[in-house]
Unconditional design. Structure first.
Length: 201
C-alpha cells in the first residue's frame, strides 16, 4: 500500500467500503476517474453531495425521496387499502418492476435482529401502525425474506396488524419459475407443498 499517495489511499479506501467492491475494483475505479480528467469525478462528487443533502425517508413509507411524501404514497390511483411491507428500498423497486402491485408500501429498512441492536424502534413499526390507523387499510402483505430474523419480523408485525383488525398475509415461497423439483431444497419444497394452489378450470 506504500505506493499510494495519502489522498489516493483515502480515495481507494472510500470506494473499498462499498458493497461488492474489493481493493482491485476500488483501484480500477479510482484510476479510471482520475484518467478521465475531472468531469466524471466531479459529476460523481456532485451527485453524491446533492443526494445526501436532498434525499430523505418518505414520512409515510420510508422509501427514499426528495419530497416529504414520496410519489407512490401521494399517487391517488394506487390502492391505499393494501400495504406491502418490505425490508429494503431495493425490494420495493423489485416489486414495482413487476408492474403487478398497485397498492402502497412500507419499507422497514431492515429486519428484527436483537443481536445487531435492531428492534421495532429501528424499523419504525410505530409509523407503520400510524399509517394503518390513518388510512383505511384492509390488508398488509408481508414480503419479508424467509430467514430466521425475517420470520421473527413477520410474526411480530402480523400480531400487531391483527390487533388492528386488519388482515395480514405473506408472500408465498416455493419452486422458482423454470426450476426443476429435484434441485429445490427440502425447506422450499415443504413451503411450496403447503402453499399449493387449486388449479382453475
Ligand atoms: Zn412513500
Amino acid at each position: 500500500m506504500k505506493s499510494y499517495s495519502p489522498v489516493l489511499q483515502d480515495l481507494i479506501e472510500a470506494f473499498k467500503q462499498l458493497p461488492g467492491i474489493g481493493i482491485k475494483s476500488a483501484q480500477r475505479i479510482v484510476f479510471y476517474l482520475l484518467k478521465e480528467n475531472d468531469n466524471k469525478a466531479q459529476f460523481l462528487a456532485d451527485s453524491i453531495q446533492k443526494s445526501f443533502q436532498s434525499i430523505k425517508e418518505c414520512d409515510q413509507c420510508r422509501m427514499y425521496t426528495e419530497e416529504q411524501t414520496c410519489g407512490i404514497c401521494t399517487d391517488n390511483n394506487r390502492d391505499s387499502g393494501i400495504i406491502c411491507v418490505i425490508e429494503t428500498p431495493a425490494d420495493l423497486i423489485a416489486i414495482e418492476n413487476t408492474m403487478e402491485f398497485k397498492g402502497k408500501y412500507f419499507v422497514l429498512m431492515g429486519r428484527l435482529s436483537p443481536i445487531d441492536g435492531i428492534g421495532p424502534e429501528e424499523l419504525k413499526i410505530d409509523l407503520l401502525i400510524n399509517v394503518l390507523q390513518q388510512s383505511n387499510v384492509r390488508e398488509v402483505i408481508l414480503a419479508v425474506s424467509p430467514t430466521v430474523e425475517g420470520e421473527a419480523t413477520v410474526a411480530y408485525i402480523a400480531s400487531l396488524v391483527e390487533s388492528e383488525n386488519i388482515k395480514s398475509s405473506r408472500i408465498a415461497y416455493g419452486v422458482p419459475m423454470g426450476g426443476e423439483l429435484e434441485y429445490v431444497d427440502s425447506n422450499t419444497l415443504i413451503q411450496a407443498l403447503n402453499n399449493r394452489n387449486t388449479i382453475d378450470g
